[in-house]
Design a protein around this ligand. Sequence first.
Ligand code: IMP
Ligand code: MG
Length: 184
Amino acid sequence: MQFPENERLGEILFTSAQLRERVFELGAQITKDYAGTSPLVVGVLKGSVLFLADLIRAIDLPLQIDFMGTSSYGNSTKSSGVVRIVKDIESTLKDRHVILVEDIVDTGLTLEYLLRVLKLREPASLKICSLLDKPSRRQADVPVDYLGFSIPDHFVIGYGLDYANRYRNLDYIGTLELGPPPQA
Ligand code: IMP
Ligand code: MG
Protein backbone atom coordinates (compact mmCIF):
# COMPACT_ATOMS: atom_id res chain seq x y z
CA MET A 1 0.00 0.00 0.00
CA GLN A 2 1.07 3.58 -0.73
CA PHE A 3 1.88 5.50 2.48
CA PRO A 4 1.41 9.30 2.59
CA GLU A 5 4.39 11.61 3.00
CA ASN A 6 5.92 11.54 6.50
CA GLU A 7 4.23 8.23 7.39
CA ARG A 8 6.09 4.94 6.96
CA LEU A 9 5.84 1.31 7.88
CA GLY A 10 8.57 0.53 10.41
CA GLU A 11 8.62 -3.23 10.74
CA ILE A 12 6.04 -5.94 10.36
CA LEU A 13 5.33 -7.47 13.77
CA PHE A 14 2.79 -10.10 12.76
CA THR A 15 2.03 -11.46 9.31
CA SER A 16 -1.48 -12.46 8.31
CA ALA A 17 -0.50 -16.13 8.74
CA GLN A 18 0.73 -15.49 12.30
CA LEU A 19 -2.46 -13.58 13.11
CA ARG A 20 -4.63 -16.34 11.68
CA GLU A 21 -2.87 -19.01 13.71
CA ARG A 22 -3.09 -17.12 17.01
CA VAL A 23 -6.74 -16.12 16.47
CA PHE A 24 -7.55 -19.76 15.77
CA GLU A 25 -5.93 -20.78 19.08
CA LEU A 26 -7.88 -18.12 21.00
CA GLY A 27 -11.12 -19.31 19.40
CA ALA A 28 -10.40 -22.91 20.38
CA GLN A 29 -9.67 -21.87 23.97
CA ILE A 30 -12.90 -19.85 24.20
CA THR A 31 -14.87 -22.74 22.68
CA LYS A 32 -13.57 -24.98 25.48
CA ASP A 33 -14.03 -22.48 28.30
CA TYR A 34 -17.59 -21.52 27.28
CA ALA A 35 -18.82 -25.03 26.36
CA GLY A 36 -22.56 -25.36 26.98
CA THR A 37 -23.20 -21.58 26.90
CA SER A 38 -24.13 -19.00 24.26
CA PRO A 39 -21.80 -16.09 24.95
CA LEU A 40 -22.40 -12.54 23.81
CA VAL A 41 -19.28 -11.33 22.02
CA VAL A 42 -19.05 -7.53 22.16
CA GLY A 43 -16.61 -5.72 19.89
CA VAL A 44 -15.27 -2.29 20.76
CA LEU A 45 -15.51 -0.26 17.54
CA LYS A 46 -13.79 0.21 15.28
CA GLY A 47 -10.39 -1.38 15.90
CA SER A 48 -11.67 -4.81 16.95
CA VAL A 49 -13.81 -5.43 13.87
CA LEU A 50 -11.33 -7.49 11.82
CA PHE A 51 -10.17 -9.45 14.85
CA LEU A 52 -13.75 -10.13 15.95
CA ALA A 53 -14.79 -11.27 12.47
CA ASP A 54 -12.01 -13.87 12.42
CA LEU A 55 -12.34 -14.80 16.10
CA ILE A 56 -16.05 -15.67 16.03
CA ARG A 57 -15.48 -18.00 13.06
CA ALA A 58 -12.95 -19.85 15.23
CA ILE A 59 -15.47 -20.24 18.09
CA ASP A 60 -17.71 -23.29 17.74
CA LEU A 61 -20.59 -22.14 19.96
CA PRO A 62 -24.06 -20.61 19.39
CA LEU A 63 -22.79 -17.11 20.16
CA GLN A 64 -24.25 -13.69 19.44
CA ILE A 65 -22.42 -10.47 18.65
CA ASP A 66 -22.92 -6.82 19.45
CA PHE A 67 -20.82 -3.66 19.31
CA MET A 68 -20.06 -0.59 21.33
CA GLY A 69 -18.22 2.52 20.32
CA THR A 70 -15.92 4.67 22.41
CA SER A 71 -14.27 7.96 21.64
CA SER A 72 -10.80 7.52 20.18
CA TYR A 73 -7.49 9.30 20.24
CA GLY A 74 -8.44 11.72 17.52
CA ASN A 75 -5.50 11.98 15.19
CA SER A 76 -2.83 11.63 17.83
CA THR A 77 -0.91 8.50 18.83
CA LYS A 78 -1.17 9.29 22.56
CA SER A 79 -4.13 8.49 24.81
CA SER A 80 -6.11 11.44 26.14
CA GLY A 81 -7.32 9.30 29.04
CA VAL A 82 -10.83 10.57 28.37
CA VAL A 83 -13.38 7.88 27.48
CA ARG A 84 -16.80 8.52 25.99
CA ILE A 85 -19.40 5.95 24.87
CA VAL A 86 -20.56 7.03 21.42
CA LYS A 87 -22.52 3.86 20.60
CA ASP A 88 -24.02 1.55 23.18
CA ILE A 89 -24.71 -2.22 23.03
CA GLU A 90 -28.23 -3.08 21.86
CA SER A 91 -28.44 -6.43 23.71
CA THR A 92 -29.40 -6.90 27.35
CA LEU A 93 -26.36 -8.04 29.32
CA LYS A 94 -28.19 -9.32 32.39
CA ASP A 95 -27.32 -12.99 33.05
CA ARG A 96 -25.31 -13.24 29.81
CA HIS A 97 -21.76 -14.51 29.50
CA VAL A 98 -20.12 -11.49 27.92
CA ILE A 99 -16.76 -11.44 26.15
CA LEU A 100 -15.52 -7.93 25.43
CA VAL A 101 -13.25 -7.87 22.39
CA GLU A 102 -10.58 -5.15 22.01
CA ASP A 103 -7.88 -4.58 19.44
CA ILE A 104 -5.25 -3.42 21.95
CA VAL A 105 -4.90 -2.59 25.62
CA ASP A 106 -2.58 0.37 26.01
CA THR A 107 -3.02 2.49 29.16
CA GLY A 108 -6.02 0.33 30.11
CA LEU A 109 -8.12 3.43 30.79
CA THR A 110 -10.70 2.59 28.11
CA LEU A 111 -11.25 -0.94 29.39
CA GLU A 112 -11.29 0.09 33.03
CA TYR A 113 -14.12 2.46 32.26
CA LEU A 114 -16.04 -0.01 30.08
CA LEU A 115 -15.75 -2.78 32.67
CA ARG A 116 -17.11 -0.50 35.34
CA VAL A 117 -20.10 0.51 33.19
CA LEU A 118 -20.88 -3.01 31.91
CA LYS A 119 -20.68 -4.68 35.34
CA LEU A 120 -23.56 -2.49 36.51
CA ARG A 121 -25.76 -4.36 34.01
CA GLU A 122 -25.21 -7.62 35.91
CA PRO A 123 -23.86 -10.01 33.27
CA ALA A 124 -23.41 -13.65 34.43
CA SER A 125 -19.72 -13.15 33.62
CA LEU A 126 -17.58 -10.55 31.88
CA LYS A 127 -14.21 -11.34 30.34
CA ILE A 128 -11.80 -9.52 28.09
CA CYS A 129 -10.24 -10.76 24.89
CA SER A 130 -7.64 -8.46 23.34
CA LEU A 131 -5.54 -9.12 20.28
CA LEU A 132 -2.62 -7.00 21.54
CA ASP A 133 -1.30 -5.71 24.84
CA LYS A 134 1.30 -3.02 25.58
CA PRO A 135 1.97 -3.85 29.26
CA SER A 136 4.71 -1.22 29.66
CA ARG A 137 2.15 1.59 29.17
CA ARG A 138 -0.45 0.39 31.67
CA GLN A 139 -1.99 2.99 34.00
CA ALA A 140 -5.11 1.06 35.04
CA ASP A 141 -4.92 -2.51 36.26
CA VAL A 142 -7.30 -4.42 33.96
CA PRO A 143 -7.41 -8.20 33.61
CA VAL A 144 -6.90 -9.46 30.05
CA ASP A 145 -8.37 -12.97 30.11
CA TYR A 146 -7.56 -13.87 26.50
CA LEU A 147 -4.57 -12.25 24.83
CA GLY A 148 -3.19 -12.63 21.33
CA PHE A 149 0.24 -11.04 21.66
CA SER A 150 2.18 -8.78 24.01
CA ILE A 151 4.12 -6.03 22.20
CA PRO A 152 6.67 -3.36 23.16
CA ASP A 153 5.76 0.33 23.30
CA HIS A 154 5.39 1.05 19.58
CA PHE A 155 2.44 2.58 17.78
CA VAL A 156 1.05 -0.16 15.54
CA ILE A 157 -1.29 -0.22 12.55
CA GLY A 158 -3.15 -2.81 10.52
CA TYR A 159 -5.66 -5.64 11.01
CA GLY A 160 -8.19 -3.15 12.39
CA LEU A 161 -5.72 -0.85 14.15
CA ASP A 162 -5.57 2.66 12.77
CA TYR A 163 -3.69 5.90 12.64
CA ALA A 164 -6.16 8.77 11.97
CA ASN A 165 -8.73 6.10 10.96
CA ARG A 166 -6.47 4.79 8.20
CA TYR A 167 -4.49 1.55 7.70
CA ARG A 168 -7.19 -0.68 9.24
CA ASN A 169 -7.31 -2.73 6.05
CA LEU A 170 -3.69 -3.93 6.14
CA ASP A 171 -3.72 -7.70 6.56
CA TYR A 172 -0.60 -7.58 8.78
CA ILE A 173 0.29 -5.60 11.91
CA GLY A 174 3.27 -3.29 11.69
CA THR A 175 4.81 -0.31 13.45
CA LEU A 176 4.14 3.21 12.16
CA GLU A 177 6.91 5.76 11.82
CA LEU A 178 6.14 9.45 11.55
CA GLY A 179 8.15 12.40 10.31
CA PRO A 180 10.54 12.96 7.42
CA PRO A 181 12.31 9.81 6.23
CA PRO A 182 15.82 9.22 7.64
CA GLN A 183 18.54 10.65 5.34
CA ALA A 184 20.29 8.04 3.25
P1 IMP B 1 -6.14 2.69 26.26
O1 IMP B 1 -7.35 3.29 26.88
O2 IMP B 1 -4.93 3.55 26.42
O3 IMP B 1 -5.87 1.26 26.72
O4 IMP B 1 -6.36 2.71 24.72
C1 IMP B 1 -6.95 1.71 24.04
C2 IMP B 1 -7.29 2.15 22.62
O5 IMP B 1 -6.32 3.05 22.06
C3 IMP B 1 -7.29 0.94 21.72
O6 IMP B 1 -8.56 0.34 21.68
C4 IMP B 1 -6.89 1.54 20.38
O7 IMP B 1 -8.03 1.99 19.70
C5 IMP B 1 -6.03 2.73 20.73
N1 IMP B 1 -4.59 2.39 20.60
C6 IMP B 1 -3.70 2.23 21.59
N2 IMP B 1 -2.48 1.92 21.12
C7 IMP B 1 -2.62 1.88 19.77
C8 IMP B 1 -1.69 1.59 18.69
O8 IMP B 1 -0.49 1.29 18.86
N3 IMP B 1 -2.21 1.66 17.44
C9 IMP B 1 -3.51 1.95 17.18
N4 IMP B 1 -4.40 2.21 18.16
C10 IMP B 1 -3.95 2.18 19.43
MG1 MG C 1 -10.00 0.81 20.08
